[in-house]
Design a protein around this ligand. Structure first.
Ligand code: FAD
Length: 543
């Protein structure tokens, strides 16, 4: 697996060995005092498949001194320079907690990963697997084979060379295949194609016992479904075969505004159920804001900026429906075709035309056209701008909720009517998806109903602020939202959850807990994988 040397966290996995159970993204001062016998207090590792010149030598044990703990610890080491690695440790995007892992390995191949896991599982290495390169297969059912550490943006770039692209995305593409497949991978294409975990044919996984297994619907299917949405608990995804479709080259990108939530949601639900519909459907909430059409998460520049600037929200809470229709430039008269299609789909393209089935505020149709790659990589444009201002690496106390359709109006009434009355500190996404596109054999936890909404509060906190844009205020708001969901019994499930106790995790999984814990005991019985999620602790019983 020789990958580009500049890639950030790849095949990131955290292996716990010994009594320390501090997730890499959460501090636990108490752990620092737990010295313990050196041999049993070995390592909490993060492994990344960055390029390395030589392989791991597990026959040797090296010692390093961890200064902030003040103890000498034996580490299994990769051939990277561990000291340098510590200095370069990436922070998590949440940026609210940080703890350095005790060692970071740079595996060169699947075999290195398997060997490391086996060393922990059995203390005995042996593997002859070969390195993996990304490979695109064309034909009637095209797919790409990619490493678990590959970034989605690189997969997109490679596939576009063949006129192909994956079907389902996240809003941000500088994430790894293994990372998003361990959650779900949701964006505006999910209503149609399902999340990313519904678009994988096959995976290669290194289990917690160090076995390298191929899995798919037909082969080791239980492992296949366990790992998808499995929060890294059952194995390390070293390779995934991802379904592709012909890629368009252009996107008509549209935003329209609503002042009434019920109408907005009804239109969204109509669109995700329609036979002929858009390629991408999302939406977001605008609370008491003047900058209506742009936010940090998007680089939307309407073709008619004057019209856009003339619209005033007057402090109202508005709901923005965001849609995209893909098309190819080389199709004769492509633009007219798209316009005609939009008209027939309910858009009032010219004043006086009465064909609209959608009930947005008629003066608020904003649109633009962008290349497909620019559309998919839209959040990165904002990332670059925010990084330049030092505003990317601030705390991100994000809250992502899945709300059943039958309760979305109650949720909106309370949350957008009472709890969040002031300008939000980041986008609030809200859009429905069809449950039929999710596979309930995977580990992903979703609400019971046929349609449910993803509601994502993607807030950024201003460091050291004690005001409404400060971390404490945002966390209090998040807590109020969660409490409301609980009290009103909305049947909400958290997406990308952050629970800290075993009991909370059990409640999150609900009736699926038995299966989840059984799978853990099968594939990672020592609970050495992804301890940072705090779901299982080493040496607990799985009941
Ligand atoms: C800016 C930003 C935007 C985002 N937007 C979206 C979005 O639109 N939709 C969406 O669904 N999600 C979104 N996410 C969340 C994202 O899907 C998860 O945070 C995901 O885990 C990120 O992948 P990563 O490569 O950064 O993983 P990492 O942070 O490297 O890993 C996270 C966890 O995933 C697991 N994991 C990672 N790699 C592997 C592997 N190879 N095998 C097994 N387990 C593994 C481990 O448990 C690990 O602790 C976003 C995240 C960020 C930071």
């Amino acid at each position: 697996m020789t990958l580009h040397p500049t890639k950030r966290a790849q095949i990131a996995f955290h292996v716990l060995y010994g009594p320390t159970n501090t997730p890499p993204d959460r501090p636990s001062p108490s752990n620092k005092s737990k010295g313990g016998p050196i041999a049993s207090h070995l390592i909490s590792m993060q492994i990344r498949d960055a390029y390395i010149p030589t392989a791991i030598d597990l026959t040797k044990t090296y010692s390093i001194i961890i200064h902030d703990i003040g103890m000498r610890i034996p580490v299994i080491r990769g051939s990277g320079d561990i000291g340098k690695t510590f200095l370069n440790m990436p922070k998590t995007f949440g940026n609210m907690f940080q703890l350095l892992p005790l060692a970071v390995l740079y595996p060169k191949s699947v075999s290195d990963i398997a060997t490391t896991i086996r060393h922990i599982w059995k203390m005995g290495p042996n593997s002859e697997l070969t390195a993996l390169k990304m490979h695109v297969y064309t034909g009637n059912y095209p797919y790409v084979d990619a490493s678990g550490g590959e970034l989605w943006i690189d997969i997109l770039r490679e596939c576009l060379k063949y006129g192909l692209a994956p079907k389902s995305w996240t809003d941000y593409l500088h994430l790894t295949v293994g990372g998003t497949l361990s959650n779900a991978g949701v964006s505006g294409q999910a209503f149609r194609h399902g999340p990313q975990i519904s678009n994988v044919h096959h995976m290669e996984v290194v289990t917690g016992k160090g076995e390298v297994l191929n899995c798919s619907e037909k082969q080791n299917s239980d492992l296949f479904h366990s790992v998808l949405g499995g929060l890294g608990q059952f194995g390390i995804i070293t390779r995934a075969r991802i379904s592709l479709e012909p890629a368009p080259d252009m996107v008509r990108w549209i935003r329209v505004l609503y002042s009434d939530f019920t109408t907005f949601a009804a239109d969204q639900e109509h669109l995700i159920g329609a036979e002929t519909t858009f390629d991408y459907i999302e939406g977001f909430v605008i609370i008491n804001r003047t900058g209506l059409l742009n936010n940090w998460r998007s680089s939307f520049n309407p073709q008619d900026p004057v019209q856009a600037s003339q619209f005033h929200s007057d402090g109202r809470t508005l709901y923005c429906l965001e849609l995209a229709k893909y098309f190819n430039r080389d199709t004769a008269d492509a633009l007219n075709e798209v316009s005609a299609w939009l008209l027939s789909s309910g858009f009032q393209m010219k004043s006086g035309n009465s064909l609209s089935q959608l009930r947005y505020i008629t003066s608020t149709l904003f649109q633009t056209e962008v290349p497909y790659i620019e559309f998919l990589d839209r959040v990165h444009v904002s990332e670059v701008k925010l990084r330049a201002k030092g505003l990317w690496e601030v705390p991100h106390p994000w809250l992502n909720l899945l709300i059943p359709k039958s309760k979305i109006n109650d949720f909106a009434d309370e949350v957008f009517g009472n709890i969040l009355t002031d300008t939000s500190n980041g986008p609030i996404l809200i859009y429905p998806v069809n449950k039929s596109k999710w596979d309930n054999r995977t580990s992903a936890v979703i609400p019971e109903e046929d349609i449910f909404y993803l509601v994502a509060f993607l807030t950024s906190a201003v460091p050291s602020s004690t005001g409404t844009d400060g971390l404490e205020h945002i966390l209090t708001q998040n807590k109020r939202i969660l409490e409301f969901c609980e009290i009103a019994r909305l049947g909400m499930k958290q997406y990308l959850p952050h629970y800290s106790t075993h009991e909370e995790w059990k409640a999150h999984f609900g009736p699926r807990w038995e299966v989840f814990s059984q799978r853990k005991s099968t594939y990672d019985p020592m609970a050495i994988l992804a301890p940072g999620q705090r779901i299982f602790q080493k040496a607990i019983s799985f009941s």
